[in-house]
Ligand binder design. Structure first.
Ligand code: BES
Ligand code: MN
Ligand code: MN
Length: 454
């Protein structure tokens, strides 16, 4: 292992420059104007993996953005691991709040700033460099490895499910490894054993056939913006509990052991509030902040729009108003079922004065994995060796929709060894990735691959 660590130390600068090249592609999956950028990024990845010794490297078409696949399968009696990551990124707006161009990466304070630096290009690249370093130093690989990098995660992974179902032989593996999650805190390596799922819907309330003069019609025609506000106000009670009937049916409760584990983590409510610029937290009554975000389902309005929002006044009753709403789901909830409950409920409470249009944009089921497997326990050893600190097992509130498919279709629970930090500003302006975690992450993952051999 020492030789590999030495090799990595010697090649830090080179690896950083390569990551910068990778980050320059504006591979924003949710905007069709970037379709070519996404594809160019995938092609760059293919060329890069080929150049460092990956085999069977190619793009697979999915009907959406392409999948990048590569493998190296030369260890007959060793396990096969599938490494998943995503090379697509979130949009960059609001652009003016960035201190640098999000696709012209800069290094400052030992962090690299760019869209995708942490989520997920930097973390994905850790695996490529770990693979490369072992191959360069030892001339072979202790395990069999398959890389599966998708270009649609941030848009809901809409085509990956079918791709996996149609390619089970290609993707057959003993374990799945994913680096796309966060540490609990700076300096505290973390392994994640549960993610929330998501159900995302767009609701449109339609009233009159055009915007109306609010003087001529105010008082006679129901207002779609107000109807929408009323509907939204009836989705949660004042205790933060969601009021959709049967929403909580079957929710997997935390065990006392898990609650105790959560309470032992170094969480400081006051600092949490300060870091967010809020006066106090808000959430479902009866649960701690960590319990709420890791193990309770929620509902959020992501955006609400309609009517006149430009400068000055314009006196109208808007023809329509819309909201984008997401629900985070926890183990034993199902995205499709929850979407149906949501739609049934808002149809029931909407007044007869308007028409409702509901679109389900995407969904993904929650995932929970066992901790006491060799895959998880070796991850712990590898992280401790590379970072010199005992890792903690945590849950996280975000979603990686494809995780459940790995469990159900490939029969492999994902091992979530992430290297992000809560200060990475993922999905926000000034996204960044700690270089300490980038370089340390490569060592940890190289170490992990070596450990999986036995
Ligand atoms: N890497 C995140 C998921 C994540 C976030 C895990 C925070 C752990 C902590 C992923 O790229 C992501 O953003 N997922 C989306 C999924 C959605 C677009 C379907 C999410 O969680 O909003
Ligand atoms: Mn991600
Ligand atoms: Mn993301």
């Amino acid at each position: 292992m020492l030789k590999i660590y030495e090799y990595l130390d010697k090649h830090n600068e080179e690896h950083l420059q390569q990551l910068i090249e990778f980050l320059k592609f504006p591979s924003i999956s949710s905007k069709s104007e970037h379709n070519n950028d996404v594809r160019n990024c995938a092609n760059w990845l293919v060329e890069h993996i080929r150049s460092i010794g990956g085999e069977n490297v190619r793009l697979y078409e999915t009907g959406g953005h392409p999948v990048v696949y590569a493998d190296f399968l030369h260890s007959d009696n060793a396990p096969t691991i599938l490494v998943y990551g995503h090379y697509d990124v979130q949009p960059v707006e609001p652009f003016e709040l960035w201190n640098n161009n999000p696709f012209e990466p800069i290094v400052k304070d030992n962090k690299i700033f760019a869209r995708g630096a942490s989520d997920d290009k930097g973390q994905l690249f850790i695996h490529i460099k770990a693979f490369e370093s072992i191959l360069k130093v030892t001339g072979s690989l202790p395990i069999n490895i398959k890389f599966l990098f998708e270009g649609e995660e941030e848009a809901g992974s809409n085509h990956l499910d079918d791709f996996i179902k149609n390619n089970t032989e290609l993707l057959r593996c003993d374990s799945v490894v994913i680096s796309d999650t966060e540490w609990f805190d700076f300096g505290l390596p973390s392994i994640c054993y549960a993610l929330r799922g998501i159900a995302f819907v767009e609701v449109k309330v339609k009233g009159p056939n055009r915007d109306l003069h609010s003087g001529s019609y105010g008082g006679t025609v129901d207002n779609p913006a107000e109807v929408l506000a009323n509907i939204i106000s009836r989705l949660k009670d004042k205790y933060g509990r969601i009021t959709i009937p049967r929403f909580y049916d079957g929710v997997l409760e935390l065990t006392q052991e898990e609650k105790d584990e959560f309470a032992r983590l170094p969480f400081n409510e006051k600092k949490y509030c300060e870091s967010l610029g809020i006066r106090q937290t808000f959430g479902e009554i009866g649960f701690s902040t960590l319990e709420r975000v890791w193990a309770r389902p929620t509902l959020e309005v992501n955006g609400i729009y309609g009517g006149y929002t430009g400068e000055g006044a314009k006196t109208i009753i808007p023809a329509e108003a819309s909201a984008k709403i997401s629900m985070r789901l926890v183990p034993k909830q199902n995205a499709e079922e929850i979407t149906k409950l949501f739609v049934d409920y808002i149809r029931e409470i909407a007044p007869p004065t308007v028409a409702l249009e509901v679109k389900a944009l995407h969904g993904g089921n929650p995932v929970i994995t066992p901790i006491d497997t060799i895959w998880m326990q070796k991850a712990k050893v590898a992280l401790k060796d590379a970072f010199g600190k005992e890792p903690v097992f945590i849950r996280e509130g975000g979603s990686i929709p494809i995780c459940e498919t790995f469990q159900n279709v490939l029969g492999a629970s994902p091992v979530l060894i992430g290297f992000g930090l809560p200060t990475d500003n993922t999905h926000s302006p000034n996204e960044n990735f700690s270089l300490e975690n980038f370089f340390g992450g490569i060592k940890a993952i190289a170490n992990y691959y070596m450990l999986l051999k036995e």
